[in-house]
Design a protein around this ligand. Structure first.
Ligand SMILES: Nc1nc2c(c(=O)[nH]1)N[C@H]1C(S)=C(S)[C@@H](COP(=O)(O)OP(=O)(O)OC[C@H]3O[C@@H](n4cnc5c(=O)[nH]c(N)nc54)[C@H](O)[C@@H]3O)O[C@H]1N2
Ligand SMILES: Nc1nc2c(c(=O)[nH]1)N[C@H]1C(S)=C(S)[C@@H](COP(=O)(O)OP(=O)(O)OC[C@H]3O[C@@H](n4cnc5c(=O)[nH]c(N)nc54)[C@H](O)[C@@H]3O)O[C@H]1N2
Ligand code: SF4
Ligand SMILES: [Mo]
Length: 901
């Protein structure tokens, strides 16, 4: 029987409602929930393919324990696993004190999971060593809001996007990262073309394509830009003196600071024209309603806190806050980054927007929990925490719902830390992650569609996440794992005392947690699961007795500071940590792809999601490539002060000279060499402790790796991937991805200085199924060249090219088309390595994932004279989720110079 359960999408902070179709056992399909206020029925390319992800072959199904470093993990049962963990934690705490253990958690946990971890760390263990991946994501925004406005609260609503007259999008590629909101913006702009959109981003992106004004500032110069804008706003009299006098403090100090930020100086520093700067100021200054949206381009910086406050300064100076269509609106990345902040799950916070450093706050929470006191010693933020693990100070580490061995900067050190830590627990839904390799204890977690709780999205809206199907194998909900462990640890640390963790459901956790928000700025003590179910998802504050949530904050001009005034923050511009210098002259920018999610544990199981970008590529400006004599597709070595990585390079005219871009998604699993973050730096913002993930100094040079490798194998992809990946450790370059649509295949590209041994190659062939059965083979040992193709029922099912791979695209095309013709057989048995002369070569990107429309089909349509409507009507592209529409528009706009393939 088919059933529908209304839940939420587990990806980004837009927080879309999804309707999960299932049969009580398996998830069959998803659709957007028309009644959810965040998306009103829409989903993006990631949300709409959720049911295609989560291959059971990649899921963690049973607890696994390693009894000593170097040994393999073996399956165990939950009771033994958690009993063991409790005794190791108890012993470590007894011997080395509570700060010798730590918890590193995630903005993808539900609020209830977060609360359980918080109580475990602070009330039971007695440590503030509880931090979250939100440290890499939102912590600069937290600092910005708190010090400028008094509380960590984005004051706006999504509907403000429709009501704004001028919209400044800074350091956010929302077309990729918050697509459903971007669709809303596209529609608003189409309805009201007079609405102006400004995008501040060093790169040209799908987001900037919608802008009236794109400011491609030099990396990290945002603070100077915002000060420069304020300088002009003041000069032109475009500020709101009445608002400043009535509702703010500190304006005079800022005024004298921005005096130095003259248009000429700022334009020069930011690498933009004075005209554009002036235009930007005029658009902001003359707008009846001015809204700003920002994300990682501001937060992930050693000046992240300064960038946030400098942007908020503009709103305070113009009085553009607390009214429809106006305000500083930080977009949250993860689905429950907000919940983490609310429950106090960063090392410096406590539940209910309290501070761990505040003795009164500690006493309040301790009294509520019925414990004597909460720890006073400050906890370690993510980067410091892993540094302490590496230094041997933290001896037992619990990681939940995050993959630090992929996502933290300076991966060499992170891997060292995890390898040296005496006891690493990983609570994960997918056993395939880089971090799981280091787990001494792996605990299988329930994931999307399998768990219940609540999440808060970017606009402070709390949704009820509902469970549709049971978790596979023995996987359990995160809160249940945490509480079970905590009860066992209590027997060591508080024998005989009544349990602090006697929760029977997620709802019980929510009920205990919510009074901690009472009378605080975020008060949602009036909310319950039942109320959300009746009223729909609600925006906090939602104090007792409320009938509806709160759409907008600070309408009365009163801010949650001691004197009720918002504060101007006057801080000078600071350049990014790694300045351009001769050895590392390029700045590496990292960020999102449209169809992948972080370390790809989930999106990396759906071949379709590789259709848009298939493999790890370094993007560079043409001029920088020319100077280094690099051609498209060549292998390069990129080096930073911390590490190096080998991968192909690609020309990208959306980048200015001096800048390079690498997606953040590739970890050591998909790209040998510890992935993108082997290059990035761990320098942090002094206040938010957020690392500078967007600006690393690098150099790029060509590498000659004459022995090349390509393989494709269909079926049982996850198991093969796991088995094959370790065999490529001796390769200089090895990149894995998935391909296909109806059938999916594992694709492997590799290169080495010289051929591997026959034994090594045989081992690979064995796992590819190319060592026996219907396999056609050709070898030229003198040139170390060999080809293998397995053909079943007239179709290619596996192939590998060793030594020389010129025919790989052609063969891949043959695989996809399901044909294995005579030409192929002739070619196979010939010494020729390149494809036959008349073969059609070339890979094609799938721009429209929903309808499977390729870039070449779209370009051909444009050539035939189709416009956007024509493309939609004839090819169907862009008619479903809409994620490809910005790219269709760009191809239409850049028709003359478009690159076909
Ligand atoms: N498809 C997809 N969507 C996602 C995610 C995902 O993994 N995949 N992750 C989610 C999460 S957790 C997050 S945090 C968000 C991130 O969402 P975004 O922050 O929008 O995404 P990024 O691509 O990381 O970075 C945004 C832009 O910042 C620009 N930038 C770099 N340096 C600077 C600078 O100095 N100044 C300015 N102004 N801009 C700069 C980059 O060029 C990039 O285009 O996405 C969320 N949504
Ligand atoms: N270079 C560079 N690095 C970056 C960034 C960047 O822009 N550039 N962005 C940073 C940002 S903003 C972020 S948010 C981080 C994200 O970094 P991570 O947190 O490491 O990213 P994910 O891959 O989403 O990790 C979440 C893990 O939780 C697992 N999981 C999924 N659902 C569940 C569940 O219900 N329970 C449990 N226990 N596990 C589950 C997933 O399989 C996955 O492995 O990356 C940061 N790193
Ligand atoms: S915009 Fe896409 S990824 Fe984000 S919540 Fe909605 S469907 Fe999920
Ligand atoms: Mo994030």
């Amino acid at each position: 029987m088919r059933m529908t359960t209304a839940s939420t999408c587990c990806y980004c902070g837009v927080g879309c409602g999804v309707l999960i179709e299932h049969d009580g056992e398996r998830i069959l399909d998803v659709a957007g929930d028309p009644s959810h206020p965040a998306n009103l029925g829409k989903l993006c390319s990631k949300g709409s393919t959720l049911h295609l992800t989560g291959d059971l072959g990649a899921r963690a199904l049973y607890p696994e324990l390693r009894l000593g470093k170097g040994l393999a993990r073996g399956r165990t049962d939950w009771a033994s696993a958690l009993e063991h963990a409790a005794s190791v934690f108890a012993e470590t705490i007894r011997e080395h004190g509570p700060d010798s253990v730590a918890f590193y958690v995630s903005g993808q946990l539900l609020t209830e999971d977060y609360y359980a971890f918080n109580k475990l760390a602070r009330a039971l263990v007695g440590t503030n060593n509880l931090d979250s991946n939100s440290r890499l994501c939102m912590s600069s925004a937290v600092v910005g809001y708190k010090r400028s406005l008094g509380a960590d609260a984005p004051p706006c609503s999504y509907e403000d996007i429709e009501q704004a007259d001028c919209l400044l999008i800074a350091g956010s590629n929302m077309a990729y990262a918050h697509p459903v909101l971007f669709r809303r913006l596209e529609e608003a702009k189409a309805k009201r073309p007079e609405m102006t959109i400004i995008v501040v981003d060093p790169r040209r992106t799908d987001t900037s394509e919608l802008a009236d004004l794109h400011l491609p500032i030099l990396p990290g110069t945002d603070v100077a830009l915002f000060h420069g804008l304020l300088h002009i706003l003041m000069w032109e009299g475009w500020i709101d003196r009445r608002f400043i006098d009535a509702h703010t403090e500190g304006f005079d100090a800022l005024k004298s600071l921005v005096r130095d930020y003259t248009p000429a100086m700022v334009a020069d520093l930011c690498g933009i024209s004075v005209d554009d700067l002036q235009t930007c100021a005029r658009l902001i200054g003359s707008a009846p309603a001015f809204l700003s949206l920002w994300c990682m381009g501001l937060n992930q910086s050693t000046a992240g806190s300064a960038k946030n406050s400098a942007l908020i300064n503009l709103h305070l100076a113009t009085g553009q806050i607390g009214k429809p269509g106006a305000g500083p609106f930080s977009l949250t990345g993860q689905p429950n980054a907000m919940g983490g902040r609310e429950t106090g799950s960063l090392s410096n916070l406590l539940p209910g927007h309290r501070d761990a450093a505040n003795a009164e706050h500690r006493a309040e929470v301790a009294a509520y929990w019925g414990v004597e006191q909460l720890p006073e010693q400050p906890g370690l933020p993510a980067i410091g925490l892993f540094e302490a693990v590496r230094a041997g100070k933290i001896k037992a580490l619990w990681i939940a719902c995050t993959n630090p061995a992929q996502s933290l900067p300076d991966q060499q050190k992170v891997h060292e830390a995890l390898a040296t830590c005496p006891f690493v627990v990983v609570q994960e839904a997918f056993f395939t992650t880089e971090t799981c390799r280091h787990a001494d204890l792996l605990l299988p977690a329930a994931s999307w569609g399998e768990k219940e709780g609540t999440v808060t999205n970017s606009e402070r809206r709390i949704s009820h996440v509902r469970r549709a199907v049971p978790a596979p194998g023995e996987a359990r909900a995160d809160w249940a794992i945490t509480c079970d462990f905590a009860r066992r640890l209590e027997r060591h640390l508080r024998p005989g005392a009544p349990s602090l963790f006697a929760f029977e459901s997620a709802e019980a956790l929510f009920e205990e947690y919510k009074p901690l928000t009472a009378a605080r700025d975020l008060d949602y003590s009036g909310l319950s699961y039942a109320l959300i179910d009746t009223l729909g998802p609600q925006q906090w504050p939602f104090p007792p007795g409320s009938e509806l949530g709160t759409a907008r904050l600070y309408g009365d001009g009163v801010f949650p500071t001691a004197n009720g005034r918002a504060r101007f923050v006057a801080e000078h511009y600071q350049a990014p940590k790694e300045k351009r210098e001769a050895r590392y002259p390029l700045t590496l920018n990292t960020g999102r792809l449209r169809d992948q999610w972080h370390g790809m544990s989930r999106t990396g199981t759906a071949a379709r999601l590789f259709g848009h970008v298939e493999e790890a590529l370094l993007c560079m400006n043409a001029e920088d490539m020319r100077r280094r004599r690099l051609l498209d597709g060549q292998l390069v070595k990129m080096k930073s002060r911390r590490g190096s990585l080998i991968l192909p390079v690609q020309k990208d005219d959306s980048l200015r000279a001096g800048q390079a871009f690498l997606p953040m998604h590739w970890g050591d699993r998909f790209l040998k060499g510890l992935g993108s973050n082997v290059l990035t730096l761990a320098s942090v913002d002094p206040l938010s402790k957020q690392p500078e993930l967007k600006h690393a100094g690098i150099e790029v040079e060509r590498v000659e790796l004459p022995w090349q490798f390509f393989a494709l194998v269909e079926g049982d992809v996850q198991r093969r991937f796991e088995a094959l990946r370790p065999l490529f450790e001796t390769f200089d370059y090895a990149s894995f991805s998935l391909g296909g649509r109806e059938r999916s295949a594992l694709l492997i590209r590799g290169a080495r200085d010289a051929a591997p041994t026959a034994v090594e190659l045989d081992a690979i062939d064995h796992l590819l199924g190319l060592d026996e059965g219907p396999v056609l083979a050709y070898d030229d040992p003198r040139r170390a060249v060999g080809k293998r193709v397995r053909i079943e029922d007239g179709r290619i099912v596996a192939l590998r090219l060793a030594g020389e791979t010129a025919a790989r695209q052609w063969l891949r095309g043959l695989w996809e088309s399901g044909s294995a013709d005579a030409e192929l057989r002739r070619w196979l048995l010939a010494p020729l390595s390149a494809p036959p002369g008349n073969a059609k070569i070339g890979t094609d990107r799938t721009l429209c994932n929903c309808l499977n429309v390729s870039q070449s089909a779209i370009c051909a349509g444009i050539e035939r004279g189709l416009d956007l409507t024509g493309l939609k009507q004839e090819l169907g592209c862009g008619t479903s989720c809409g994620s490809c529409v910005p790219e269709l528009k760009r191809l239409l706009a850049h028709q003359p110079e478009r690159a076909l393939l």
